[in-house]
Design a binder for this molecule. Sequence first.
Ligand SMILES: Cc1cc2nc3c(=O)[nH]c(=O)nc-3n(C[C@H](O)[C@H](O)[C@H](O)COP(=O)(O)O)c2cc1C
Length: 407
Amino acid sequence: MDNTLLTLRNRRILLGVTGGIAAYKAAELTRRLQDQGAKIRIIMTRSATEFITPLTLQALSTNPVHLDLLNPDTESAMGHIELARWADLILIVPASANFLARLASGHSDDLLTTVCLAAECPVAVAPAMNQAMWAKPATQANQKLLVSRGVHLLGPDHGIQACGDTGAGRLLEIDRLILATSELFDSGELTGKTVMITAGPTREAIDPVRYISNHSSGKQGYALAQAALDAGARVILISGPTQLAAPDRAELVSVVSAQDMHDNVQSRLSETDIFVGVAAVADYRPKLAQNQKIKKNAANKRTLTLEFVENPDIIAEVADSVPKPFTVGFAAETENIEAYARKKLIEKKLDLIIANNVANAQIGFNSDLNETTILWQEGKVNMPTMSKRALSEKIVTIISQHIKQRI
Ligand SMILES: Cc1cc2nc3c(=O)[nH]c(=O)nc-3n(C[C@H](O)[C@H](O)[C@H](O)COP(=O)(O)O)c2cc1C
């Protein structure tokens, strides 16, 4: 597989299909994006269903196609806000002249425009229409307005059209669309940098069969590893036990205990420009890990007392090292989120801290979503609820901006 396209692996692409003669090409695009490892969900406008059936796209994407905004059944299954949050990218192929006009004027009168308006992720449009429609001042004004607001314009191409005309307005070839889509994920913001990320929980042994751990899934750390890779970084991922597959191209170091994690972090620190401690590291471990399994009712005792000792503070040691990598921490809190996070930022001499409320079961530990506040010495930014992948990209952008300010 072409290296560039690895950026599509595990990407959540919400494909919007609008009513144009090129709508049938959305079928091929769906299959080809999936071949690159992308996850596809599809919204069709009502007009699009006149050109290609939802059944075709449903069969190819292996997910129900979303059509309606005001349908209680579909809204309760996966509502418009959920769809908007799910997506790493909204890709409209083909984008009709009518859709460009509605998007430019901020309409939210069907599912696709509403999701575009509700989304925090990037939006890309691939227009396809008759050359005269594309050339019209109204369409030109609309596409320029959209681009000025950050919408990515893919195409259109120039050539012979379905109606027999020749000119600008053809949908980009599928190969070029796929390449352009993969490039949208490749920001190059961390090119030349080595990023070390710790992820997942640690396990602290009690005896050969038991341990103390926590609910960290590793999802946020792994998503961040992928985002850093996509931004051009070399990534060392030091991970506690998780159920996740490490992103391709990440150098995975599997560890179990906090001490293990600490030792591996220290041994690779001299290679590291940016350190991000996402792992939920146990603060304490049993003082003595028994060599043999502890027996029930040993010495007829009804209680069992374990003595704990403090684990090394991995991130504080990193932030104290000379030279110090740009150091980013996470603060998973259940109350006074921002105050605790700022205290941790200052006490541990971090450059950035990402605070989240793990008491909310909808977000945090095991969820695919996260809602955070990112804090640094002189400021902060609140991040609304979004996918851990989308959040990771924002974090990467903020890290790269801070690093540039330092130089
Ligand atoms: C046969 C036929 C082909 C069409 N092809 C296109 C097209 O390629 N591009 C376009 O912008 N509109 C095209 N239209 C017009 C759109 O279908 C129409 O503007 C529709 O309202 C678009 O709805 P939507 O933007 O909600 O999907 C075509 C219409 C017909 C009848």
